[in-house]
Design a binder for this molecule. Structure first.
Ligand code: ZN
Length: 265
């Protein structure tokens, strides 16, 4: 109890610190959505960035050097997921590992029914419930920050997985306060997941990345990317999914999105 109190007090102090001017310039320059946020959200986000950067460790991998630009660009995007909510700042996460570009991991992949091939695959990011860390490719992070409307954002994706773990399981369900919310969530998510699966199997074009058809965990992460990057399209085509995410995040990204309207090319 007392530890919880001290933690909250420390975070309050961190949030009220003056945000370094150099960091602000970096956020404004590299994180495109930031300049579109309402003023009060911008202010709140900067406070969360202070807490995030004070609490999380960064490590460069593959010869990559961690700079303020790297730390601030990752933190700003991750903290978008925390706005308007009482959160514990991704409690399971200790270290953010950053590679320069894509990185290779040893992984078997399926090349036919019952046929698996050993090999290496390229990755842009990953995290896991028991890892305590989250891995990102700087190339993908920068690209995600520069284009906030292409539906892809590796930081939002990986940190959505961290939110998923907050209820103690990797199951595509983040920490929801009430039983009613949990029931509504699972009803809507499973029906949306089933339709993405069906669309993938039949080859129907989808707004959601079909990587989300892998399992409910990836479905949640992919939905979060679409919610923040293509909110108008998501609201039009998947109104119930949009509404459920809106209730959870307590945000309406339509209001500040850089999404091109359907008439524009
Ligand atoms: Zn994922």
């Amino acid at each position: 109890m007392i530890l919880e109190f001290l933690k909250k007090q420390r975070r309050r102090r961190l949030r009220s610190r003056l945000f370094p001017k150099k960091w602000l310039t970096l956020v404004q320059r590299h994180v495109v959505f930031f300049n579109k946020l309402p003023g009060s959200d911008r202010f709140e986000l900067l406070g969360h960035i202070q807490v995030f950067l004070a609490e999380k460790r960064f490590e460069g991998c593959g010869g990559f050097e961690i700079t303020d630009e790297v730390r601030v660009t990752i933190a700003a995007q991750a903290c978008l997921l925390l706005l308007h909510r009482e959160t514990d700042y991704f409690p399971g996460l200790v270290t953010v590992l950053v590679y320069p570009l894509t990185y290779m991991v040893q992984q078997d992949h399926q090349i036919g029914p019952h046929v698996w091939e050993e090999g290496t695959v390229r990755r842009l990011g990953e995290t896991g419930r028991r890892m305590g860390s989250l891995v990102l490719s700087w190339g993908a992070v920068k690209h995600g920050a520069a284009d906030p409307a292409d539906g892809k954002n590796v930081v939002l994706h990986e940190f959505a997985h961290q939110l998923d773990y907050e209820n103690g399981a990797a199951d595509g369900v983040p920490g929801l306060a009430t039983r009613e919310q949990q029931l509504a969530w699972s009803e809507i998510m499973s029906s949306e997941f089933a339709s993405l699966r069906a669309a993938e199997e039949t080859g129907i074009p989808t707004l959601l990345d079909t990587y989300g058809a892998t399992d409910p965990v990836e479905f949640f992460a992919v939905s979060v990317e679409a919610f923040f990057e293509q909110p108008r399209a998501l609201r039009d085509r998947h109104p119930r999914l949009y509404e459920e995410l809106q209730k959870y995040f307590q945000q309406d990204p339509v209001e500040y999105s850089a999404e091109r309207s359907s008439g524009e090319v």
